[in-house]
Ligand binder design. Sequence first.
Ligand SMILES: [Zn+2]
Ligand SMILES: [Zn+2]
Length: 458
Amino acid sequence: MGTDPLTLVDLLRVANKPGFERWREQVRRTGGCSDPIHLQGWTITKDKTTSETLYAYSTQAEPGGRLRVACGNRRASRCPSCAWTYAGDTYHLIRAGITGDERKEVPTTVRDHPRVFATLTAPSFGPVHNRPTSGACRCGTAHLEDDPALGTALNPERYDYAGAVLWNNHAGQLWQRFTIYLRREIAARAGLSQRALADACRVSFGKVAEFQKRGAVHFHAVVRLDGPDGPDTEPPGWATVALLGDAIRAASGRVVVLVVGAGAQPARTLRWGTQVDVQPIGALGREELTEQAVAAYVAKYATKAAETTGTVDRRIGELCELDRLNLPSHTRRLIEACWELNADYPDRLLARWSHMLGFRGHFSTKSRRYSTTLGALRQVRADYRAIQERRERGLPELDPDDKESSTLVLAHWTYAGHGHTPGESWLAATIAQDIRQSRELVRELRAELEATGAVGEW
Ligand SMILES: [Zn+2]
Ligand SMILES: [Zn+2]
């Protein structure tokens, strides 16, 4: 972390201000958020029967009269600490669907259910610079691993940029149809009607979207077969990893999404690329992907949007904005294609999603019975904090089952801005680093204990 003289001056100002310790505490509670939301307001907790005020809080006594709360952005380029929390949540969510979950929302018996890690990619939109194992790229160069030319068009004049962004734009539909066909293919292999399949077996998945260097979206998914009532029920005997893998390959090959011709654009038939990768997930097997590896892999991509392609991490309001941004030309052409197609396909909102190269889907999604939800994880954290706060303030513990609470909470909050001054920013980054280091230590320790079998459950 570099410190320029202005930051240093501001740092001293911040550290010498009254209430500095309290400010640090606030920022620590946001996890070292780099762009916290500032709130002003108050809250009062009263006893319903006696009207006695049990607790009163106002931001008036806080540093600058404000309370800072975490921004919650999942993008690492916007807020590293909130993105890190999000990645941790995604890891937990995907992992719970593979191994079961310590809070018993997903039973550990899912380890015995057929589970695979599948990758579905986009087809080719024209040859790109690459690093084939056989030696040199088609352009004659042996590209280095970090060569920015990798993934860009060999011949930009002939590359199908329009096709590429239309494909990204429809990737969500391609996925949706894939899940429908997957159930059909499984039913066919089991010799069942679709209705009979629903009574015997449930297909669950958790997936993330990732951008390849060439600017095409692809999907990584954990797919699992459960019994008829989800993870708690045993899958039928015919449900095997081999059957699931077969069905995934067949289903992905059958999916088509038709896009009508418009303006100068021809009608298109969108499909998945032919490279469909399916790997079994195993607890210990060497040939198989380990459960941890899959969850870590998936979580890694949850905080990256399309930034790996060199695009920007926020909406583009006007095409002329691109002149101020130093974008790689391949990426820029994909963004321009979105704007050019916008009038021909007005309901596809291509210009609005041009910073995502046309993609408008969610980055991580899961079927209902796959595992716990991000919302549930956030609620657990919020509940934990609320209990801590109540203890600190000496308030009676809440009975979670007691809907008829004996207390009444009155509150009023207003938005008062966001962010840090340069000195605050530096301090917040230091706090974020400290938190992260200690949490990583706990994670490593826990993984080690689990690996040695020293602990079964936490
Ligand atoms: Zn944040
Ligand atoms: Zn090349």
